[in-house]
Design a protein around this ligand. Structure first.
Ligand SMILES: *Cc1c(COP(=O)(O)O)cnc(C)c1O
Length: 377
C-alpha cells in the first residue's frame, strides 16, 4: 500500500476482539500466558507492547523497512544506533549535526572508544575522503542539515557506503517518510525525532529507528529491550493518531515555508537565507531529485546579534522556543539553544553565527507569518 493509505489507517485493524478502529492504549506491564511455553506474543511491555508494536509496524511499512523500534526520545533512538558499533569504530557524521546528537557522540560515544569525524556531507567528495580514513565503519547523515539546511546527496552517499561497506544511518527528522525514504538510496537505518513533524503538535517527546533488514532489526530490538529506553503506550497511541494527518500537515508546512522564504529572501535586512525549496538555494536540485518536498524549515541571518535578540522578543505570531515541526510557528536562536553544545571554533567554521535565526514554519495563515516577520524586521 502507498504511504497515504498506511498513514490514514495507522493503528486500525488490530483489535479483532472488538473491531476497534482506533488503536486501544494497552497500559499493561505484563501479559497473561495461556499455558506453560505458550505466549500471546506479548510477555512484558519493555520487550513488546501492542500499542507500541502498531506504531513500530506502521513506521516499518511506511519506509519499506523490516522493523521499527520506538524510543522515549529522538536522542534515545540515536543512542541505540550508537550501540550498534564496536569499540575502535569511527563514524563520519554531518558537521552541522543536531546539537544533542553531537553532545551524545562526544560525551558518551567517545568513552565507549568510538571516534567521530565531522564532515560537510553535502560535499560528496569530502565525505568520500572521510570514509577512506582507517577504521571508519559508519556514516551518520542529517538531511537537510540543521540549522544551515545543507543537502547531502543521499544516493551518492549510498553508493559510497555500499562500495566501502560502511553502515549508513540517516536522521530523517526534517523530511519524514512522506517526503523522503532513505532506504531507496541505500541507507541501512533511519532515525527520527518523532517529537517534531511525526508528532506535529508539540505535545510529546518520542524517537523512532527503522532497520532495513530483519537481521539489523533484531539487533535493534535487542538493544531496545536490553537498554530499556522504550516509548510508553500512551505516547505510542498519540503518535499513531498524529501520523494520520502527516501528509496534509507537511503540504501546508511547505506551502507556508515557501511563501515566507520568498518574501524574506527579498527583504533588505535578511542575509544568507537558507531554504532548499527556493530554486536559487544550493541544495534545491539535489533535494528535488531525492524527495517529494522541501520541508518547513528556514534559517537566515540578521545584521547583528542585538537585532536577533530584538526579533526574538518582538514577534507576536511566531513563538520564541526551541523545537520544530509543530502546528505552531517557532523561532529559535541556534547558537544559544539547539547548537549551544558545539565548540565555539566549530560554530564559527560552520557559519553558525550569533546573527543566525531558525524558523519552523507552522500551519497558520502565511500572511500572518509574513506580516509578523516584516513588522519585527
Ligand atoms: C530534535 C532532534 C533530535 C533529538 O530528538 P529528541 O526527541 O529531542 O530527543 C535528533 N535529531 C534531530 C534532527 C532533531 O531535530
Amino acid at each position: 500500500m502507498k504511504v497515504d493509505t498506511i498513514l490514514a489507517q495507522a493503528g486500525s485493524r488490530r483489535d479483532a476482539a472488538t473491531g476497534s478502529i482506533a488503536i486501544p492504549i494497552h497500559p499493561s506491564a505484563s501479559f497473561q500466558h495461556p499455558a506453560l511455553g505458550r505466549s500471546t506474543g506479548f510477555d512484558y511491555s519493555r520487550t513488546a507492547n501492542p500499542t507500541r508494536l502498531a506504531l513500530e509496524e506502521t513506521m516499518a511499512a511506511l519506509e519499506g523497512g523490516a522493523r521499527g523500534a520506538a524510543f522515549a526520545s529522538g536522542l534515545a533512538a540515536v543512542d541505540a544506533a550508537l550501540r550498534l558499533f564496536s569499540p575502535g569504530d569511527k563514524v563520519a557524521a554531518t558537521e552541522d549535526l543536531y546539537g544533542g546528537t553531537f553532545r551524545l557522540f562526544e560525551k558518551f560515544g567517545k568513552p565507549l572508544n568510538l571516534d567521530f569525524i565531522y564532515v560537510d556531507t553535502s560535499d560528496t567528495e569530502a565525505t568520500a575522503r572521510a570514509l577512506d580514513l582507517p577504521g571508519v565503519k559508519g556514516l551518520f547523515v542529517e538531511v537537510p542539515s540543521n540549522p544551515l539546511l545543507k543537502v547531502a546527496d543521499l544516493a551518492a552517499l549510498g553508493r559510497l557506503a555500499r562500495q566501502k561497506e560502511i553502515f549508513y544511518i540517516v536522521d530523517n527528522t526534517f523530511l519524514t517518510p512522506v517526503v523522503c525514504r532513505p532506504f531507496e538510496y541505500g541507507a541501512d537505518l533511519t532515525i527520527y525525532s518523532a517529537t517534531k513533524y511525526l508528532g506535529g503538535h508539540n505535545d510529546l517527546i518520542a524517537g523512532l529507528a527503522v532497520a532495513k533488514t530483519a537481521a539489523l532489526g533484531e539487533r535493534l530490538a535487542f538493544i531496545q529491550n536490553a537498554v530499556g529506553a522504550i516509548l510508553g503506550p500512551f505516547e505510542s497511541w498519540l503518535l499513531l493518531r498524529s501520523l494520520k494527518t502527516l501528509t496534509l500537515r507537511l503540504k501546508k508546512h511547505e506551502e507556508n515555508a515557501l511563501a515566507v522564504a520568498r518574501r524574506l529572501s527579498a527583504h533588505p535586512r535578511v542575509r544568507n537565507l537558507h531554504y532548499p525549496g527556493l530554486p536559487s538555494d544550493p541544495g534545491h536540485q539535489v533535494l528535488a531529485g531525492q524527495a517529494d518536498g522541501f520541508g518547513g524549515m528556514i534559517s537566515f541571518e540578521t545584521e547583528s546579534a542585538a537585532r536577533a535578540a530584538e526579533i526574538l522578543s518582538s514577534v507576536k505570531v511566531f513563538m520564541f522556543a526551541e523545537s520544530l515541526g509543530s502546528a505552531e510557528s517557532l523561532i529559535t536562536y541556534p547558537i544559544a539553544q539547539t547548537h549551544a553544545d558545539i565548540a565555539p571554533e566549530i560554530q564559527a567554521r560552520l557559519g553558525l553565527t550569533d546573527c543566525l535565526l531558525r524558523l519552523s514554519i507552522g500551519l497558520e495563515d502565511p500572511g500572518d507569518l509574513i506580516d509578523d516577520l516584516e513588522a519585527v524586521l
